[in-house]
Design a protein around this ligand. Structure first.
Ligand SMILES: [Zn+2]
Length: 221
C-alpha cells in the first residue's frame, strides 16, 4: 500500500533549481538635458552625494546624461532629520555604499514620481543553482530569486534559458503541464518576481533531458 500522497510523490519526483535573475541595467529616466538642449536618458552612477546642515541631511543619487555626462542629482532625502534615519541607512549613506545606491537606482516607483518617461531594460544575467534532485524526475521546479526588480517577462526568460519557444510554453500552460506560483492572470506575460516559481511536468516530453539540463545551467549546445 502506498502511503505517500500524490503531492509527496510529486516532490520526490522533482528536480528543483533556483534561478537568480539579476538585471544588467537600471532604469534610465528621460529628462531635459540643458547641455544637449534635448530630452535624454540619464544613467545612475550608483554614487551618492550628501549634504549635512546641522541636524538635517540631504542625500542624492547621482545620474549622468548618457550623451554628454551632465549630472542630475536625484533627491533621496531632502532636509531629513538625521535622528529619523535608521542607522543602517545612515551607514550606507556615509560609506557611499554602491549596492545600496544601486537598489535605489532600480526603484521604479520613486523614479516615476520624477518623470513619466523612463527607459527600462529587460536584459538579465541568470545564475542557476540545483537545490535538489532524485533519479527519474518527472517534474521540473524553477524557483526565482530576484534581488532587484526585473522588467523581464517570465515567458521570455523561460524561453531563452530553456531554449524553447514562447508558443510552446503557452501550449504547456493550456495543457496544464505548466504552473506558475503564485497564480495570477497572464502570469507568463508578467515580469518575473522574487519568490515565484514555475512547475513543469516534463515526464512525457520528448526533450525532457534537454530541458532538465538547460534548467540546471548545462550547455545543451
Ligand atoms: Zn546631455
Amino acid at each position: 500500500m502506498n502511503f505517500l500522497s500524490e503531492d509527496q510523490d510529486d516532490m520526490q519526483n522533482t528536480l528543483t533549481v533556483r534561478w537568480t535573475v539579476i538585471p544588467v541595467h537600471a532604469p534610465q529616466p528621460v529628462l531635459a538635458c540643458s547641455t544637449c538642449a534635448s530630452p535624454r536618458p540619464f544613467r545612475s552612477s550608483d554614487r551618492l552625494r550628501l549634504n549635512a546642515n546641522g541636524k538635517k541631511l540631504d542625500a542624492w543619487l547621482i545620474y549622468k546624461c548618457t550623451q554628454c555626462d551632465k549630472t542630475w542629482n536625484r533627491p533621496l532625502f531632502e532636509r531629513r532629520n538625521i535622528r529619523e534615519i535608521d542607522p543602517a541607512t545612515l551607514q550606507a549613506l556615509q560609506s557611499s555604499d554602491a549596492q545600496w545606491a544601486r537598489r535605489h537606482a532600480f526603484d521604479l516607483d520613486a523614479l516615476r514620481r520624477k518623470t513619466s518617461r523612463i527607459e527600462v531594460f529587460p536584459e538579465c544575467v541568470v545564475e542557476k543553482t540545483m537545490l535538489g534532485a532524485c533519479a527519474g524526475e518527472g517534474n521540473l521546479e524553477i524557483v526565482f530569486s530576484v534581488p532587484l526588480p526585473s522588467q523581464l517577462r517570465l515567458d521570455r526568460l523561460l524561453a531563452s534559458e530553456l531554449a524553447i519557444s514562447r508558443s510552446r510554453l503557452q501550449t504547456l500552460d493550456v495543457a496544464g503541464a505548466l504552473h506558475v506560483q503564485p497564480t495570477s492572470k497572464d502570469a507568463l506575460r508578467r515580469p518575473v518576481s522574487h519568490g515565484s516559481a514555475v512547475h513543469i511536468a516534463v515526464e512525457t516530453l520528448p526533450d525532457r533531458d534537454a530541458l532538465m539540463l538547460a534548467a540546471c545551467g548545462a550547455n545543451t549546445g
